[in-house]
Ligand binder design. Structure first.
Ligand SMILES: *Cc1c(COP(=O)(O)O)cnc(C)c1O
Length: 380
């Protein structure tokens, strides 16, 4: 009997309910309890960042970064057009203008050679997005940023535990944002974290995350009154989320190794199609050890991709594509502008297809997906 292979299945590490029960028994359900502290320590130790703060989502972490950057109306934030909406939305909420640049053909990441032409007197921030957990050219990006005194906020939503020249992604820019959404490698349903690498942001980040109050310093006994000291909102998750997430952190090594094994097997099986020139496979970013976040192929045309999705779907295999280029989306046109042509972005947006990728995929599953793709191209 044919088994269905879904596009994604959320991974349960095993101890989630045990940790949640412990949190319930301890009786603190609001944020910043014992499990949140353990998650912060885990992230700080594993990644080597100055501070890590759990948020309710990566979107929330990006919004905190926009607040910390103190961008306002008319300020410009350079980012790829080929990304998720939150990368741009976080800054648009502050009145800033996203300036979209094209991506590289190989890594599908922001093309760093286009940065100088995109930067104006109003530019304040660069947001590299590490697509599929592959690293942007961070050395070049940090260089340009230093020369123009810009902040770098890494959108590392997909890149937790990927490295670039031995450094963890999300810890290279001034700030980094990661996601624990259930579609990512390590999950808590909804969830995220802000990574603080430039120490000067530490104290304000705590205030912004805690509704604009000095609650954190109050609990440390550093101040004798708990009061409103600045702008802020509520970005912290409750303890149940942190308890769930900690169970996933405990299994991070095995999650990483299983996903990278699935990724390598896909590469192996589909290489022949790339050799024949019918599809393009993911290309490793220079200096990067990636985390096996997602597996994609680039087809030859939009029509071919549509036929392939349909072909796989009829054989019980889920697949998906993304993103509508932000520059051409209704809100992107209204709030942002482009710097240069979006040639690669538009091509990739029309032709990229994501194949199933999840922890419990077996070697047989991978082989079956790959052989169906190969069969499709035997007829095509
Ligand atoms: C998933 C994702 C986000 C948003 O993450 P949430 O935790 O769902 O808010 C932002 N940027 C990129 C590139 C993503 O892939």
């Amino acid at each position: 009997m044919r088994t269905e292979i879904p596009f994604n299945l959320p991974f349960m590490a095993g101890k989630e309910l045990r940790h949640i029960r412990e949190a319930v028994t301890q009786g603190q359900l609001s944020g910043d309890g014992p499990f949140t502290k353990r998650c912060h320590e885990w992230l700080e130790r594993q990644l080597g960042c100055h501070r890590a703060l759990l948020t309710h989502s990566c979107t929330g972490a990006l919004e905190m970064a926009a607040l910390l950057a103190e961008v306002g109306p008319g300020d410009e934030v350079v980012m790829p057009s080929f990304t998720f909406v939150s990368t741009a939305n976080a800054f648009v909420l502050r009145g800033a203008v996203p300036v979209f640049v094209d991506i590289r053909r190989d890594t599908l990441n922001l093309d760093e050679t286009l940065l100088p032409a995109a930067i104006t007197k109003r530019t304040r921030v660069i947001v590299p997005v590490h697509y599929a957990g592959q690293a942007c050219e961070m050395d070049a990006i940090m260089d340009v940023a230093a020369r123009h005194r810009l902040l770098v906020v890494e959108d590392a939503a997909q890149a937790l535990l990927s490295t670039y020249k031995g450094r963890q992604l999300g810890t290279i820019g001034h700030l980094g944002c990661v996601s624990f959404h259930e579609t990512k490698n390590i999950i808590s349903g909804e969830g995220g974290a802000l990574l603080i690498n430039a120490r000067r942001f530490g104290e304000r980040a705590e205030i912004i995350r805690e509704k604009g109050t000095n609650r954190s310093n109050y609990f440390r006994g550093k101040v004798d009154k708990y009061t409103w000291v600045g702008v802020g909102s509520s970005y912290l998750p409750g303890e149940l989320i942190a308890a769930f997430l900690f169970a996933q952190f405990e299994k991070a090594d095995v999650i990483l190794s299983v996903r990278t094994r699935i990724f390598r097997r896909y590469m192996d099986r589909l290489e022949e199609l790339q050799d024949r020139g019918v599809v393009r496979l993911p290309q490793a970013a220079p200096g990067c050890v990636a985390n096996g976040h997602l597996f994609h192929i680039v087809t030859r045309s939009l029509a071919e991709r549509t036929r392939l999705i349909d072909y796989l779907g009829r054989r019980g295999i889920g697949s998906a594509f993304h993103y509508v280029p932000l520059d051409s989306s209704p809100a992107g046109r209204k709030f942002g502008r482009t710097a240069g042509a979006m040639t690669v972005t538009n091509t990739i947006s029309a032709r990229l297809l994501r194949l199933p990728m999840f922890y419990r995929m077996t070697d047989d599953d991978v082989d079956r997906v790959a052989s169906e793709v190969i069969k499709f191209y035997a007829r095509a």
